[in-house]
Design a protein. Structure first.
Length: 421
């Protein structure tokens, strides 16, 4: 709503697209791989530098900045009634290896620009407005997605497991966080948890990461629900041995067990009969990784999702059964089958959907109600706040690769829809 001034004046305001374009490019330069790819992994030097950059932008927008013990960053514009629950927005800026510069970033830099627009307009918020930059939406380093928002929403399981979580280099989560300036001794990770009701609403702006909006020429996607994600880690152990000397009948090849399981994942996903069920083996590591050595260990990580939680759980059950059967048939050991997360889907709040419909009508923008097949920090914010998401089109639906692209016009439309809603 508009507490001051004329809605028409707000409608005619323009988004600072030049600044926003420049900021997206500057932020993309904090990367461990060369442009156009972006790789920005949590608590690395590049991540710390990018955080500094964003905190400066927040301060430049007049926000007061707070960081919690895991590095969730909060930029607050204090309202005239500061005791009321704030209206919040935000997203992430960590980038998986060799990805693009828009995933997450649009929702962070776009939100800061939305604040700048509102300030230029002379808007005086009643409720405080808060931008949240979430720590580690991507599971790249510590294997768990939406780490920051999962904690904010009070995941006891994660609070417990983080005490013993390590990365692939065996660096503990706590040491990595300390390296980046967080989780200092006096900081108890459980202090991160937000009380339900802290926010009156939470809205995330994000690129669609799918092709629908662009194909249909629709400007704005209004998310009605976020699909239910799960991830699983599997280890097989076999006998290994010499690739020439051990004859085929005498092998217990852990690598072939993994290959067979990867195909079983595809089969079980397709058996669901629904286009909405998906499964991916994105990590497959063989040990010792030599051409002339039979793999003695194989490690897989499996991502599976569905808008229907029960159907996704059925797929997980079948994958588990296949892992047992394959190990048995091949005489290898299934040394680990760990469900890392098995999250329910989340529904957007009806009143936020309505507000976004009204905003898109006022802006004369075409819109589509749609589900999000990707997960987002909003999945967890929905546990403690009414939640909504705005999608903008992206080139051919590309995401999680360097070709990811959204036009400034589409980004600006998203920013407008956000501040109007
Ligand atoms: C998040 O990046 C996802 O995989 O949906
Ligand atoms: Mn992503
Ligand atoms: Mn994202
Ligand atoms: Mn995501």
């Amino acid at each position: 709503g508009y507490p001051v001034g004329e809605p028409d004046a707000l409608l005619s305001l323009s988004v600072g697209t030049d600044d926003l374009l420049k900021q997206i490019d500057e932020l993309a330069a904090f990367s461990d791989t060369p442009a156009p790819s972006v790789t920005r992994v949590i608590y690395t030097d590049k991540d710390v530098a990018a955080r500094r950059y964003v905190k400066n932008l927040m301060k430049g927008a007049g926000l007061s900045v707070r960081e919690d013990a895991v590095g969730n960053i909060f930029g607050r514009w204090v309202g005239s009634e500061p005791d009321l629950p704030a209206v919040a927005t935000g997203s992430h800026m960590d980038a998986i290896p060799y990805s693009g510069k828009y995933d997450g970033v649009v929702g962070v830099l776009g939100a800061i620009e939305a604040i700048n627009v509102l300030r230029r307009y002379g808007f005086k918020p009643k409720r405080s407005l808060e931008i949240v930059l979430f720590t580690s939406e991507e599971p790249t380093r510590f294997g768990i997605s939406c780490l920051g928002s999962r904690l904010l929403a009070g995941s006891e399981e994660l609070l417990k497991s983080l005490k013993s979580t390590v990365d692939a280099q065996n660096i503990s989560f706590l040491d990595a966080a300390r390296y980046a300036g967080y989780a200092q001794d006096q900081d108890d990770i459980s202090s991160v948890v937000l009380k339900k009701g802290t926010y009156a609403s939470f809205v995330e702006l994000h690129i669609e990461q799918g092709p629908i909006l662009e194909e249909e020429g629709t400007s704005i996607g209004i998310v009605t629900a976020i699909a239910a994600p799960a991830s699983i880690k599997v280890d097989f152990e076999g006998g290994g041995g010499h690739a020439g000397a051990v004859l085929m009948p005498n092998r217990n090849d852990a690598g072939l067990a993994a290959a067979e399981l990867a195909l079983a994942v595809e089969k079980h996903v397709l058996e669901s009969g629904s286009i909405d069920t998906v499964g991916t083996v994105g990590i497959l590591d063989l040990h010792p990784g030599a051409i002339n050595s039979i793999p003695s260990k194989a490690h897989l990580e499996i991502d599976t999702r569905d808008i229907d939680e029960g159907r996704r759980n059925e797929v997980i059950k079948k994958i588990h059964q296949s892992a047992f059967r394959i190990a048995n048939n091949r005489g290898v050991k299934l040394s680990e089958f760990k469900i890392v997360n098995q999250d329910p889907p989340a529904l957007s709040d009806e009143s936020i959907i309505r507000a976004m419909e009204i905003a898109s009508t006022e802006l004369n923008l075409s819109r589509k109600l749609m589900i999000s097949r990707a997960y987002h920090d909003s999945l967890f914010m929905a546990r403690i706040s009414p939640m909504g998401m705005i999608f903008i089109p992206c080139y051919k639906g590309y995401s999680h690769k360097p070709e990811e692209y959204s036009s400034m016009e589409d980004i600006a439309n998203g920013v407008k829809a956000y501040y109007l809603a």
